[in-house]
Design a protein around this ligand. Structure first.
Ligand SMILES: [Ca+2]
Ligand SMILES: [Ca+2]
Ligand SMILES: [Ca+2]
Length: 196
């Protein structure tokens, strides 16, 4: 399987969807440098954990990409991760809901950064969208340095028949606009599980 694999399961219209930042899917044009505060693990006040509950599993799809994908700086623009798209159907009943659990993992590498350990640092960010809406927890700093495997999981409740689309986007953030960054992702997997 491979490329642009678009799978059909049964599931989802996105309900919820807290949008963190612009939902920009266009490709890179030179734009302003992303602001350093776009993602920072220490800047939000504590909030209760979100609950996203499902029942029996209805389907599961895992896309695995062993090749290397490279990204350069694209300003504030988010970019679709090539091939990282899965379509699933929704429940037949218009009022029925299903749960989508989405896990994205991959080996991430960021070069050109000074490798500082103190925040805020240059970073590769990743986020997951369902039907075009960014899902909590929103964007995360996926890596700030070289050669590690990282993960992001989101959960969405969807209603009505699909298809519903799960996508992964990424970008590089050059804090201080003082580096020339390049990022790569390889050996990644996108796992979409649909539960009743
Ligand atoms: Ca920088
Ligand atoms: Ca730069
Ligand atoms: Ca259901």
């Amino acid at each position: 399987m491979g490329v642009w694999a678009k799978r059909k399961l049964f599931v989802i219209p996105a309900v919820a969807a807290v949008v963190f930042g612009a939902i920009a899917t266009g490709h890179a044009t030179a734009a302003a440098e992303p602001v350093a505060t776009a993602v920072n693990q220490a800047q939000l006040d504590p909030v209760p954990p979100l609950v996203c509950e499902g029942k029996a599993q209805l389907s599961a799809v895992v896309l695995t990409e062993t090749g290397v994908t490279t990204i350069g700086e694209t300003g504030v623009m988010w970019n679709p991760l090539t091939f990282a798209t899965v379509d699933v159907d929704g429940p037949a009943g218009a009022a029925d809901t299903d749960q989508l659990v989405v896990t994205f993992t991959g080996e991430a590498d960021l070069t050109g950064q000074p490798n500082l350990l103190a925040a805020a640092v240059d970073a590769m960010q990743v986020r997951v969208l369902v039907d075009g809406a960014v899902q909590p927890p929103g964007a995360v700093n996926f890596t700030t340095d070289a050669g590690q495997s990282d993960a992001l999981e989101v959960c969405a409740i969807v209603t009505g028949p699909g298809p519903h689309t799960v996508e992964v986007e990424w970008r590089l953030v050059d804090v201080g606009a003082n580096n020339m960054l390049t990022g790569t992702l390889d050996s990644w997997s996108l796992h979409v599980e649909r539960n009743d």
